[in-house]
Design a protein around this ligand. Structure first.
Ligand code: SAM
Length: 380
């Protein structure tokens, strides 16, 4: 755990708007006697599980894939709440819980919801970790798009056209336009009202598709669509990252750019279509507007914005998967990981056993990480 991660979690704790809404939602969910156990999914510092303990939970399972689980367990142990805690290190989608829980709470919400994984994690939670009438917090999301000016991202996109060092890097421009960019509310100037494009439950992993028309209310340069959300946490609690909301939570928004900034006037119309695939994950956007008297249609997708080398393309085109040397090492290691050997013994047997597979430092690192994941998925 480094200083960047500490700063990130301090930021979550400083977000009083967010904490207030989760506190209200947890108190409401836990007021039902059938719901006394809680999964704090992506627990970080442990704050949401601790709020659940204070709101009357009998038992909290705090799950986080990172090493922050250690200090978080120390905090829970020294906070007298009359609630049991078990801290588990691992991905929620890979761990098992000793029982199904009545409430699952999670803040792994991206700027446009899907992009931090909450939908996928909650779909898995409902299937494997939640009782039949269990409650997910948040329960649902409304997704919005609005037209914005964004100098920050426009400058990043234009940089690729500026011949840095006298070299033509314009190939990268297309990748930048076909990318989803995280931006803060103070990095955009809003040109239109938000258009609701979807209202989904928080375990929705099917395609999310929506369309409509944005009417420009204030003149400016249209750089792209800004994606943001309203979350319904239950018990009357809501949260939003709406860039112009005075009580917004501290969460980035997603900018979906158009190729070049276009000046627009109040009353101009921009028609938009959005298609989000939470499990890929990918977002595609289509924008139609009039510029200099001509109708312009643009289509962009994060699927076109990925850095694809020729071998990536061959793989995605269905080329047979070859077992390279690393594959042989991993296959051998998985066979040896039968519960009797330590990581050092497994590595020793691979290097000195009959096959004598010589490992580079980075291959040994990959192997050690895999073995650590296999043996240390669950900590209590
Ligand atoms: C956005 S932070 C929120 C932390 C805390 N819940 C809060 O409100 O301050 C998300 C945390 O979830 C963890 N995480 C993300 N996805 C996870 C998953 N599927 N399973 C377990 N931990 C996850 C990350 O390591 C990170 O610590």
């Amino acid at each position: 755990m480094g200083s960047a991660e500490l700063a990130e979690h301090a930021g979550y704790l400083a977000d009083t708007v967010k904490l207030g809404a989760y506190q209200t939602a947890l108190a409401s969910a836990l007021s039902n006697d059938r719901r006394t156990t809680v999964l704090d999914l992506g627990s970080g510092s442990g704050i949401l599980g601790l709020l659940a303990g204070r709101a009357g939970a009998r038992w909290v399972y705090a799950v986080d894939s990172g090493s922050i689980i250690g200090p978080a367990a120390d905090v829970a142990a020294s906070t007298a709440l009359g609630c049991g805690f078990r801290h588990i290190r691992g991905l929620s989608t890979e761990i098992e819980l000793p029982e199904r829980v009545g409430v699952a709470v999670c803040d792994q919400i991206g700027g446009f919801v899907y992009d931090a994984g909450v939908l996928e994690y909650f779909a898995d939670t409902r299937r494997r970790h939640l009782i039949d009438d269990g409650v997910l917090i948040p329960a649902s999301f409304r997704l919005y798009l609005t037209a914005v000016t964004c100098d920050h991202i426009r400058d990043q996109i234009e940089l690729w056209d500026s011949h840095p060092g006298g070299i033509d890097f314009s190939v990268f421009r297309d990748l930048a336009v076909n990318s989803e960019h995280k931006v803060q509310a103070d990095q955009v100037h809003v040109l239109s009202r938000g258009l609701e494009i979807a209202n989904i439950t928080s375990d929705h992993v099917d395609p999310i598709q929506g369309a409509g028309t944005l009417t420009v209310e204030s003149a400016g340069r249209f750089d792209g669509l800004l994606g943001w959300f309203d979350a319904d946490l239950g018990g009357g609690a809501t949260l939003t990252n709406d860039p112009v909301h005075p009580d917004r939570m501290r969460r980035w928004c997603n900018l979906y750019p158009i190729a070049r900034g276009v000046d627009v006037e109040a009353g101009d119309e921009i028609s938009v279509e959005m298609d989000v695939r939470p499990l890929l994950p990918a977002a595609s956007w289509r924008v139609r507007f009039t510029a200099l008297g001509a109708e312009v249609t643009e289509r962009h997708s994060t699927l076109l914005g990925e850095f694809l080398a020729p071998d990536d393309l061959a793989r995605s085109a269905g080329a047979p998967v070859q077992q390279a040397r690393l594959g042989k090492i991993l296959a051998k290691a998985l066979g040896l990981a039968d519960g009797t050997r330590s990581v050092g013994e497994i590595i020793g047997e691979i290097a000195n056993g009959p096959d004598r597979l010589e490992m580079s430092v980075s291959e040994e690192g990959t192997l050690r990480r895999l073995l650590a994941r296999l043996t240390e998925t669950q900590h209590s």
